[in-house]
Design a binder for this molecule. Structure first.
Ligand code: HEM
Length: 495
């Protein structure tokens, strides 16, 4: 007679088979690689290979605008679906993916909140703290000056001296110090000697490698939130990584609340809008994670694309020099002036389009009653994510040269096409009620940094055959982007 344990195992196996077949049949009419209907193995495999964004695009190219990548998970390459899911009146909700990005087992920041009502309330209160005001502009100007100074001191090569610069870390230091100055009351000091002072980059690599796997299996998020597993969360006692930023944020928020320091900017606005102490702390920590590598990737990859496209590089330099000559570009350039430089704006857009810097799934959940998308019925509870690289390289939106970095496309387009293109590119920042809160801050950084660098320096890639190391388990992890930097002898008004 079979033992109780073997009966138990058999029941479990049968239950698993029935569940798997049920999951397969719910979405069997939606195209996608066959095995993705039964398990998340494809996702895990491609994430571990660090090839997520490229593999996802390949699958999208093969299977169309709505395709399956897991038993309950679809991806879309259609910008209208991204907008529809995020529309203020839509009943779609965030998928469990978001909760994995909590930095505390029980406390949420705006990005990790699953409760939509609470998320809208939080965004309404936080929103004014993310505007690009004079305080933000002054902070970014200061960090541009410090970046220039660091390059001047440590990384200028001459015919007799070779001092290569790793642009991956330098761009991260710049973005991190901008946030420090804007929200924490002072830069963290990364740009002082070119050091990851609070070891964020190392933490980021480890965190994302683990978080992406956990995000695939939401039950792990629930387990890790409970003792004893909750020890894996960062703590204010950590000497580096995000725990250190939590300690800094706590200090800043507490001293601001007790008015022992008179903070301007982000925190002042948060408190005016009724953001609580805990909410403010976790939001400041989120800013480091959401606002460092995203913007830094935009800076480094756009610069790489420019350096690899001499015509675009020289056109941009000429526009900057000309603007300086005509008194239309101050030192440092004002945000309002940068917006009036058409080629600069085209370069920034084209850089973000050709190399979209944020490639996470951002899964949303289909509401009660299901939805019909592009003729396919999609049952409620199905998760749908953004195929960002697919959207930004789709021939449907960008034409046959979608893969090429060509800033001119933004200047050649007629008004209607240019509006369509800008609208599609906007999806890079998410959409509607989920849209990036830091968009204005990031844009201001991009508006300034290229001008401040290119007016003084020239850049050349050291290893064109392997210009940068890229791993993408869902987010970009980059290293080793060596640049040879030289001082411009022909710089306008030699500063
Ligand atoms: C090029 C730079 C950036 C890009 C492309 C980008 C993109 C995004 C995207 C795609 C989302 C999520 C959208 C969704 O859930 O559907 C997001 C969320 C967010 N980002 Fe950014 N981001 C950038 C820079 C920044 C910066 C500099 C900050 C902070 C200063 C920031 C703060 C945030 C926050 C707080 C959220 C959560 C918004 C919410 O909860 O609704 N981001 N960002």
């Amino acid at each position: 007679m079979a033992s109780m344990s073997s009966i138990f195992v058999a029941v479990l196996l049968i239950a698993w088979i029935i569940h798997t077949l049920w999951a397969w049949s719910r979405l069997r009419h939606i195209p996608g690689p066959f095995w993705t209907s039964f398990s998340k193995l494809w996702q895990v495999k491609t994430q571990f290979r660090g090839n997520w964004y490229l593999d996802l695009k390949d699958v999208g190219d093969q299977y169309g605008d709505l395709f399956r990548i897991g038993p309950n998970q679809l991806m879309t390459t259609d910008v209208n679906i991204v907008r529809r899911m995020a529309h203020p009146k839509s009943s779609y909700t965030r998928g469990p993916f978001y909760q994995t990005f909590r930095f505390h087992p029980t406390q949420d920041h705006s990005f990790s909140l699953l409760d939509d009502e609470e998320h809208i309330r939080r965004r309404t209160n936080l929103g004014p703290g993310y505007t690009g005001n004079a305080h933000v502009e002054a902070c970014i100007d200061r960090q541009c000056a410090r970046l220039v100074d660091l390059i001047d001191r440590n990384f200028v090569s001459t015919p007799t001296e070779y001092r290569p610069m790793d642009l991956t870390s330098m761009s991260s230091f710049f973005a991190m110090d901008c946030i420090g100055n804007i929200s924490y009351g002072g830069a963290f000091g990364c740009l002082d000697e070119g050091e990851d002072v609070h070891r964020f980059i190392k933490w980021n690599e480890d965190f994302f490698a683990a978080a992406i796997v956990i995000a695939n299996f939401h039950w792990l998020t629930k387990i890790t939130a409970k003792p004893p597993f909750n020890k894996i969360y960062p703590s204010v006692h950590d000497r580096g990584g995000i725990g250190k930023f939590m300690a800094l944020a706590t200090d800043v928020v507490d001293s601001s609340l007790t008015k022992s320091r008179n903070w301007k900017g982000t925190l002042a606005s948060f408190f005016e809008q009724g953001v609580t102490r805990e909410e403010a702390i976790h939001e400041l920590v989120l800013q480091i994670v959401a606002g460092t590598d995203s913007t830094a990737t935009g800076i480094r990859m756009t610069l790489l694309l420019l350096v690899s496209n001499p015509m675009a590089y020289h056109k941009l330099r000429a526009e900057i020099d000309n603007g300086i000559g005509k008194g239309k570009v101050s030192s440092p350039i004002k945000d309002t002036e940068a917006r009036q430089l058409p080629y600069l704006q085209a370069v920034i857009k084209e850089g973000l389009r050709t190399f979209p810097v944020v490639t996470a799934t951002f899964f949303k959940k289909v509401p009660r009653g299901g939805d019909t998308i592009n003729g396919y019925y999609v049952p409620e509870g199905t998760e749908i994510g953004h195929n960002v690289l697919g959207i930004m390289r789709s021939r449907k939106y960008w034409g046959d040269d979608a893969d090429a970095f060509r800033p001119e496309r933004w200047l050649e387009a007629d008004t209607e096409t240019a509006e369509m293109m800008s609208g599609v590119l906007e999806a890079l920042w998410g959409s509607g009620r989920y849209k990036c809160l830091g968009r204005v801050v990031a844009q201001m950084e991009l508006n300034k940094v290229f001008v401040e660098l290119l007016r003084r320096f020239d850049f050349a890639v050291v290893n064109p055959q392997n210009a940068v190391e890229i791993l993408n388990p869902g987010f970009f992890l980059m290293s080793e982007m060596r640049m040879r930097v030289t001082r411009r002898d022909d710089r306008p008004g030699k500063m």
